[in-house]
Design a protein around this ligand. Structure first.
Ligand code: MIC
Length: 644
């Protein structure tokens, strides 16, 4: 039978289960990736497992998120992560060396492998045909310890690409078109597999852009065939030997199907404040812009930045606009510097920042009150920039450059009147410099792990009680993001290794009293609408609410990574059998779930919940393994029990 590429890669890595969508499978992991914001907790969890060394082919620790050193906290975390990476045989990418996604693409990814990353944008590696999956830190720590990764088997959404992009349109517009068509929930439970004649016209870095923002559709991962373009990219990185061809079989079928004619796409833009709020740029053209940022998590490659350089060459940023560039890696910066791009940016009046995530995660670069910020980033969830009521638009580097030049949102095709499209290609041979990467040590015996006063041990969580009596601490609507639940930004991110301190910020943007009320309630419940917990992989969005006493969340539906994180930390993720029952719950209600422990243990999917004298049917759709984790009060408790 002919197979699609996703099936082939999953089959080659399958350890348990069968490839039947929605049933649980376990897969072997080849590479793991941690970054510093999720990595401190993941590393503490790995240390708690008591192993002397990582047990995957390659484990990388990146320092790219918490780069501002406003006090000792981030610097301490970096010293901790560096020492732990050296202790356990990992690669360490130093602060300023680049964003994990870009660096892994450049230096480590290999077509056909599976990468598990504690960052939802890990599927950037789709650019070179790596099946990369975002997961919570604990799941990645378990993979580092050699455990297979458990997940609901994804369905495969085949997207046939035909035609070629026209001038001034690039990879970002392809994924914005996907978001326009399918919304932020459109690919939940699916791998998006691109195929067809249009693929060959997309560079590895344009494919990486499309893979990165598959996360915004809720996809488990995204994948492209490995072809001549993939080979060229690996050759240009001095890694031609890592290349192998990969594609779907002739006549392969897909669970879902879509088709995009690349030649019909025009420049698109996601308006505030959701990545799927997409319109053609021309519809919002003329909107005054205060800030423009190109780079960070996505659109930070050589092609992306050099496109901006070439468009801005001999031009200036409009007065009143602050234009920033955040290179994806030191390698990208060095290569555009070698080709004269840095001077083009400087002479245009653009600020060049160090390579890293920076404003993408609210680590600096927050816009001012009522200012419009145009970014090539993947997410524009409300307040994520660090400014309440922010107005963040997401667009391609082409649109960003044109808008920065004119000071208003501008369709880049209008530039065609005065200049030709630069059509930048990635270098045939990159200038290579791995000085920002420390390779695993041969002799690790002398390495001591450094901690600091802000790095606290993982809190103890109690096992699931027999019967749960809990108060409804808050009722929330649809599409609540992990940025709502556990905000990022330069104030909160430094607390990622200190659960008591970070828990004071849970849901603060939605309701500043939530943390205090949750603590006062004792055992608590959160009630929510559809797609609860979309967005990032941050497990703090589960750990910190749990620390505040939240024992169950009842929602109309959950996002994949967040649901897995909830179980990992002992929070029971219940789904309304009848979504209309959502209306029966109000803040302050007392809820009773009799016999919850026995029900979870018994394997039944139906869990009755009592509120205001009414019985509400809810469903618990998790695997037997996850049931054991819930009973123990979380995965770490179970791992510890099994070790003793
Ligand atoms: C993000 O883009 O939201 C992040 C920051 O990269 C997160 C990880 C985190 O919260 O540390 C992600 O996407 O997983």
């Amino acid at each position: 039978m002919s197979k699609n590429l996703t099936t082939k890669i999953l089959e080659a890595h399958l350890v348990e289960g069968a490839l039947v969508p929605e049933t649980e499978i376990a897969i072997r992991i080849d590479h793991t990736l941690l970054q510093d914001a999720t990595g401190t907790m993941a590393m503490l969890e790995f240390i708690a497992m008591g192993l002397p060394k990582v047990k995957v082919n390659l484990a990388a620790q990146y320092i790219d998120h918490n780069l501002l050193q406003t006090d000792y906290k981030n610097a301490d975390d970096h010293a901790f992560l560096t020492s732990a990476a050296m202790k356990f045989g990992m690669y360490l990418s130093k602060p300023g060396n680049g964003v994990s996604h870009q660096v892994h693409l450049e230096r480590f990814g290999v077509p056909g492998i599976i990468l598990l990353g504690a960052d939802s944008h890990s599927p950037t590696a789709a650019g070179i045909s790596v099946l990369a999956i975002g997961a919570g830190g604990l799941d990645v720590a378990l993979a580092m310890a050699g455990h297979p990764f458990n997940l609901p088997c994804p369905k495969v959404m085949g997207v046939k690409l035909v035609g070629e992009l026209t001038d001034w349109v690039s990879g970002k517009d392809v994924i914005l078109e996907m978001l326009r068509r399918h919304t932020v929930r459109g690919a939940v439970g699916a791998v998006i597999e691109y195929f067809g004649p249009g693929v060959a016209s997309l560079s590895a870095t344009d494919r990486a852009t499309i893979g990165n923002m598959g996360a915004e559709l809720g996809a488990t991962s995204s994948i492209f065939p490995s072809d001549e373009r993939t080979r060229q990219f690996l050759e240009s990185q001095g890694r031609g030997n890592d290349w192998r061809p990969l594609s779907a079989d002739e006549g392969a079928t897909y669970d879902e199907y879509d088709e995009i004619d690349l030649s019909t796409l025009e420049p698109l833009i996601a308006c505030p404040s959701s990545p799927d709020n997409v319109v053609p740029v021309r519809e919002v053209a003329g909107t005054k812009v205060d800030q423009v940022i190109v780079g960070s998590s996505v659109n930070s490659s050589y092609r992306d930045l050099m496109t901006v350089c070439r468009i801005m060459e001999g031009n200036r940023v409009a007065p009143g606009v602050h234009f920033h560039v955040n290179p994806g890696s030191r390698q990208v910066l060095e290569n555009i510097a070698q080709d004269g791009g840095v001077m083009m940016l400087l002479m245009a009046g653009i600020s060049i920042h160090q390579s890293g995530c920076l404003g993408c995660i609210g680590m600096g670069q927050a816009p001012g009150t009522d200012q419009v910020s145009l970014r090539t980033f993947p997410r524009n969830f409300p307040g994520r920039s660090g400014t309440k009521g922010d107005k963040v638009y997401l667009c391609s580097p082409e649109t960003a450059a044109a808008s920065g030049m004119y000071g208003v949102i501008t369709d880049p095709r209008t530039l065609a009147k005065s200049r030709s499209y630069p059509a930048v290609q990635n270098p045939v041979k990159y200038l290579l410099d791995d000085s920002g990467i420390i390779a695993p040590l041969k002799d690790r015996s002398m390495v001591e792990i450094k901690t600091g006063p802000n790095i606290l041990p993982f809190p103890d969580f109690a096992a699931l009680p027999d019967t749960l009596r809990a108060g409804v601490v808050i009722v929330l609507g649809d599409n609540i993001t992990t940025d709502h639940i556990m905000p990022a930004g330069n104030k909160v991110l430094p607390l990622r290794s200190n659960i008591p301190a970070i828990s004071e910020h849970v849901l603060e943007q939605v309701d500043a009293d939530f943390p205090a009320r949750a603590l006062a309630t004792g055992d608590g419940i959160i009630v929510a609408g559809e797609n609860y917990g979309q967005g990032s992989s941050r497990e703090h969005a589960a750990i910190a609410p749990r620390y505040l006493g939240i024992r169950t969340k009842i929602a109309k539906s959950f996002a994949r990574i967040h649901k897995a994180n909830l179980v990992n930390f002992g929070i029971v993720p219940l789904v309304f059998k009848n979504p209309a029952d959502f209306d029966l719950f109000k803040q302050g209600d007392q809820v009773l779930i009799p016999d919850i422990r026995r029900l979870v243990e018994s394997g039944t999917s139906e869990i009755p919940v009592f509120v205001n004298g009414r019985e509400v049917a809810t469903v618990l759709e998790i695997s037997d393994r996850q049931r054991q984790e819930l009973l123990a009060g979380g995965t770490l408790n179970l791992v510890k029990q099994n070790h003793h």
